[in-house]
Design a protein around this ligand. Structure first.
Ligand code: NDP
Ligand code: HEM
Length: 486
């Protein structure tokens, strides 16, 4: 058995990790103490860029178990048998805060899943909300700038947020969720998860279906009020990490019921709304939830950096039987994530253990930084086509053709959409207590925002429901009277 000694990165025994080599007992260190240099140099490289969004997060492993046969909708290997379990790695996050931000902040929560299926990795990268703030990917950088720090003050800016939202009525539905109780969940175990976008399924007969993914918490919904959260943040900035990690360590595994909504391919043109608009849900009454499985998280990662920080999720990771849709936000995301991973983690991020598929990978990508094993192409060629038995296409992985039509152009994405009805429907579901907290949360977030912007936003609230605008107006007036803000 080898002795438990420190070795250099090159494998040589390290003689002294307490003392640098010096010229005499009280003299300066010597440049030739290469291990000192090596140690300092390594420390300088301990960080990688944090995610530009969703920088603060927590991860865990678990499994998805299928409870219903849905092979009539999809030929995906993960759904091939009732009772089948597939390993999953999940990362939860807040969106706006940096890596050291407090967990108990009012924000959307990220819901990123990597299923290690027998046909490669399927990543479902959603949120704890069924909708999103914008519907055109070209607005994403602008939107995120309003969530991050002001370039001059280096402070977050309520003005920027409400300015953007009040110019973007498609954000109203998501705002209704953000400022409701569900906008500040009491940890990740107590919230639902959604794929949010419309995706597609295709079956063995080559028929396509549109699909939405839902995960409903079995722990029950629980939230903090703004006041409670302020107290929690004063105590710990890691409340969600502690809650998830400790629950899994004590064997209290969190679980979610996994359901889908299904739309026939041809139905999309007849439903009377754009089913590919991520700012809207498909009403449950029209498209009922079909329960298909159970998600359980049951193992904490051993190393946060290696497994959680370097985890790289992308909506472009689809597998045969599951694919994307004409949702233009989703299309923007198909580019953005892998690009972010190459920058943030490195060219061969997919080869790291947490990202690596559990199936053998054979392709013709070659070399590059940190290529730490040879591509396994057996005796075959290193180019394609070749005469030497290299890997070949799998025509069974081809999804059915999708008809697209239209004249190419820049169309106003705010024309022809009803951005008020669904936001209003959600507002009308809130009971009196929920409404009071809702108005108060909005008033908190509007602190310091110029009147012109508030007025524009109140106009949107009123179109969704006059009582919504009135409630916020009264709450603001009450505070102004009490001298809380102008
Ligand atoms: P239903 O009336 O059938 O169900 C209402 C849904 O709202 C339930 O899924 C419930 O979740 C969810 N909900 C309750 N409170 C909140 C909240 N504060 N934030 C977010 N969701 C909440 O819904 P419809 O399909 O007829 O749609 C009505 C409205 O419900 C929509 O406009 C939308 O805002 C919201 N909603 C709809 C969803 C959908 O996929 N159709 C999904 C989530 C919300 P739970 O069952 O976990 O309590
Ligand atoms: C993270 C881009 C919309 C959910 C990220 C990252 C980028 C990004 C660049 C960081 C990735 C990384 O460094 O690993 C975009 C763009 C969008 C968009 C360009 C719109 C065009 C959305 C939407 C959702 C979402 C609509 C949810 C429905 C997430 C989640 C993460 C994330 C959960 C964190 C993933 C993780 O845990 O590693 N996004 N995003 N994003 N995004 Fe988006």
């Amino acid at each position: 058995m080898s002795r438990n000694i420190i070795r250099t990165s090159a494998g040589a025994p390290w003689k002294d990790n307490e003392n640098s080599m010096t010229a005499g007992r009280n003299g300066p260190v010597l440049l030739q103490d290469y291990q000192l240099l090596e140690k300092l140099a390594h420390q300088n490289r301990e960080r990688i860029p944090e995610r530009t969004v969703h920088a603060k997060g927590s991860g865990a492993y678990g499994k998805l178990t299928v409870t219903r046969d849905i092979s009539r909708y999809t030929c995906a290997e993960i759904f091939s048998e009732v009772g089948k379990s597939t390993e999953v790695f999940m990362r939860f996050s807040t969106v706006a805060g940096e890596m050291g931000a407090a967990d108990a902040e009012r924000d959307v929560r990220g819901w990123a899943m990597k299923f290690y299926t027998g046909d490669g990795n399927w990543d479902l990268v959603g949120n704890n909300t069924p909708v999103f703030f914008i519907r055109d990917p070209i607005k994403f950088p602008d939107f995120i700038h309003t969530q991050k720090r002001h370039p001059r003050t280096n402070l977050r800016s309520n003005t920027a947020m409400w300015d953007f939202w009040s110019h973007s009525p498609e954000s109203l539905h998501q705002l209704a969720i953000l400022f409701s109780d569900r906008g500040l969940p009491r940890g990740f175990r107590h919230m639902n998860g959604y794929g949010s976008h419309t995706y597609s399924f295709w079956n063995a007969k080559g028929e396509r279906f549109w699909v939405k993914f839902h995960f409903k918490t079995q722990q029950g919904h629980a939230y903090y009020t703004n006041q409670e959260a302020a107290e929690v943040v004063g105590r710990t900035r890691e409340s969600s990490q502690e809650d998830l990690y400790n629950a899994i360590e004590r064997g209290d595994f969190p679980r979610w019921t996994f359901s889908v909504q299904i739309m026939e391919e041809s139905e999309a043109e007849k439903v009377g709304f754009n089913p590919f608009d991520v700012t809207k849900v498909w009403p449950h009454g029209q498209f009922p939830l079909i329960e298909v499985g159970e998600l359980e998280l049951n193992r904490n990662p051993d190393n946060y950096f290696a497994e959680v920080e370097q985890a790289s999720f992308s909506p472009s990771n689809t597998v045969p039987g599951i694919s994307v849709s004409p949702d233009r936000m989703l299309q923007g995301r198909l580019f953005a994530y892998a690009d972010a991973h190459r920058y943030r983690v490195g060219t061969h991020y997919e080869m790291l253990p947490v990202n690596r598929p559990r199936v053998e990978v054979r392709n013709y990508h070659k070399d590059g930084r940190m290529r730490f094993d040879a591509p396994d192409i057996g005796d075959g060629g290193y180019y394609e086509p070749n005469s030497f038995g290299g890997p070949v296409d799998d025509p069974t992985a081809k999804e059915p053709p999708l008809r697209v039509h239209g004249d190419a152009g820049w169309y106003d994405h705010r024309v022809g959409y009803d951005d008020y009805s669904q936001a209003g429907a959600l507002f009308r579901m809130f009971d009196e207590g929920q409404r009071e907290r809702f108005f108060s949360n909005i008033a908190d977030a509007m602190t310091g925002v110029p009147e012109e912007i508030v007025t524009r936003q109140l106009g949107h609230f009123a179109k969704a429901d006059p009582a919504w605008a009135e409630g916020v107006r009264q709450e603001r007036a009450r505070r102004a009277q009490a001298g809380k803000f102008s």
